[in-house]
Design a protein around this ligand. Sequence first.
Ligand code: TLP
Length: 342
Amino acid sequence: MIDLRSDTVTKPSEKMRKAMYEAEVGDDVYGDDPTVNKLEKIAAKILGKEAALFVTSGTQGNQIAGLVHCKPGQEVIMEAQAHLFLYEAAALSVFAGVQIKTLAGERGAMKPSDVEAAIRGNDIHEPETGLICIENTHNKAGGAVIPPGNMENIYQIAKRYGIPVHLDGARLFNASVATQIPVKEFAKYTDSVQFCLSKGLGAPVGSIIAGSSDFIFKARKWRKRLGGGLRQVGVLAAPGIIALEEENVNLLEIDHENAKQLAEGLLNIKGIVIENKVETNIILINITNSNKTMEIFLHQLKEHGILAGTFGPNNIRFVTNNSITKKDIDKVLLASRKILNY
Ligand code: TLP
């Protein structure tokens, strides 16, 4: 199958599997797992933060950040299409006891002036703003890169009001590879960062959260409370080290090239409208004007050995990832053309 449903579908390479097999391990709740400790050190350094923590998933990382930064009754500002708002089952409200204030963004980027206008807390009727979240790349905006300049402006406002900023950087390395700007330059304008090892970077499990030593101290405790304190977890951290230290980061460039090639081909198929500027590894299409419904199109793609998924009521999403070759892209274009009778 050519699997374009997500970059979460990537499977660990031989090298990763070997590293898992050979990983030195210990009880990580005691801080005794040398492989986890190494991964956390590497990640903190890459992000330019004091400390980092290996967590089970992007969702868990985002939730822990919310729990560390916020108090119940506060409000968290984020873009209206943020993963934290749309796809984390209201976890911030459930666990951290906060409500979410969404702001419509442009290609996933919130206007700094809108963020400032949304900050609340001086009135007895209002919740205080406890946190501002930014997502980079922005998934629902089609893998859009939020420019560091936008992040800097929001961060400066946040600092003026004493509000922390969290970055949902599930695909932060895609933003970095697409712009040739080091991840540190994005992370600079945040108090905490979450990025996923298990998406385009190709590791089977896990995310990293990073921030100050104090943030990570508190995050470790929240991870334990949530049942996320793992034991000989070096077997899962080992492929994360390969993802960061070996070829995987640069390989994202191939995913981006494949996405561009796919987008260019899809553009010429009657009935398909590409809804995003393809900067990284995500393509969102709209086929409302074709002769097929999304369901039928996806079903027929599947019959051609191709998997993709819906993303909201009007979009189909293709996510290139390290299992996809240039030949696969040609097959997807051929099948799409056939299905839509072009
Ligand atoms: N995104 C998944 C789905 O949940 C939609 C995907 O296939 O794209 N932040 C962002 C920006 C994400 O895209 C995701 C996963 C997460 C957080 C959550 O990561 P996990 O799946 O590891 O909990």
